[in-house]
Design a protein around this ligand. Structure first.
Ligand code: IPE
Ligand code: IPE
Ligand code: MG
Length: 242
């Protein structure tokens, strides 16, 4: 179990619901896809900023299980954008020491996109500077259900530990800080299991506008919290003293 404590000033694992691309584009009378393109630029900036601040793991929500319900041209545009971004950005991410993981169901993705994801993961698997988990075709409910199904298939007992080990983010600790941009106060089926004791920060910034200063604001907010993990404040403060 995680030991209660005042948080270190920099979270080790930051997870982000990158919301607001569509509104960013609409405000400029541009198509929604232009917002998603700008969202990729914002993600590149965020990856660099996280690495520079000593954050070890960044997990981002890029396409949810429910985003298939959007208009067909937006969905196909997002698939195309993923394919292009992979081809364009993986060499630089690799050079920068980023270890890439794509988290989510691979069903429903084209063979080309699937191959691109596998190749990016293989190329970057030995990198240690920053782990970047891109949740694509991901849902927290899907994750819990697929983990339970995998355990049931092997006849293994279902416990908190076995479920955690079968879940898609088993290779990283739970997120310390979950950020949602775009001004909404909901989780939208993101890391339902893993965010049990995360600190939450909600930003009004639309994702393409979420810059280094906004990230620093989120980190400062995190640093001001007392994480108690069920204990009392007095217990946490006593533990911090010894
Ligand atoms: C988040 O931005 C990106 C995806 C869900 C793919 P949105 O596209 O949801 O942007 P808004 O919320 O409509 O502004
Ligand atoms: C959550 O944003 C999913 C991603 C950022 C990928 P949505 O825009 O899909 O969430 P809702 O529909 O507003 O809850
Ligand atoms: Mg949205």
């Amino acid at each position: 179990m995680r030991k209660p404590s005042s948080p270190a000033s920099v979270p080790q694992h930051v997870a982000i619901v990158m919301d607001g691309n569509g509104r960013w584009a609409r405000k400029r009378f541009m198509p929604r896809l232009a917002g998603h393109r700008q969202g990729v630029e914002s993600l590149k900036r965020c990856v660099r900023a996280c690495a520079a601040r000593g954050i070890r793991v960044l997990t981002v929500f890029a396409f949810s299980s429910e985003n298939w319900n959007r208009p067909e041209d937006e969905v196909s545009g997002l698939m195309e954008l993923l394919g292009k971004a992979l081809a364009r950005e993986v060499p630089q991410l690799h050079a920068d020491g980023v270890q890439l993981h794509f988290v989510g169901s691979r069903s429903g993705l084209s063979d080309g996109v699937r191959q691109g994801l596998d190749e990016a993961e293989r190329t970057t698997q030995g990198n240690q500077r920053l782990i970047l988990n891109v949740c694509f075709n991901y849902g927290g409910r899907w994750d819990i259900a697929q983990a339970a199904a995998a355990l049931a298939e092997c006849g293994e007992p279902i416990t908190e530990a076995s479920l955690s080990g079968a879940m898609a983010l088993h290779h990283v600790p739970d997120p310390d800080l979950v950020i949602r941009t775009g001004g909404e106060f909901r989780i939208s089926n993101f890391l339902l299991w893993q965010s049990a004791y995360s600190e939450f920060h909600f930003s009004d910034a639309l994702w393409p506008d979420f810059d280094e200063a906004a990230l620093d604001g989120a980190i400062a907010d995190f640093a001001s919290r007392e994480r108690r993990f069920g204990q009392t404040s007095e217990q946490v403060q006593q533990d911090g003293e010894c």
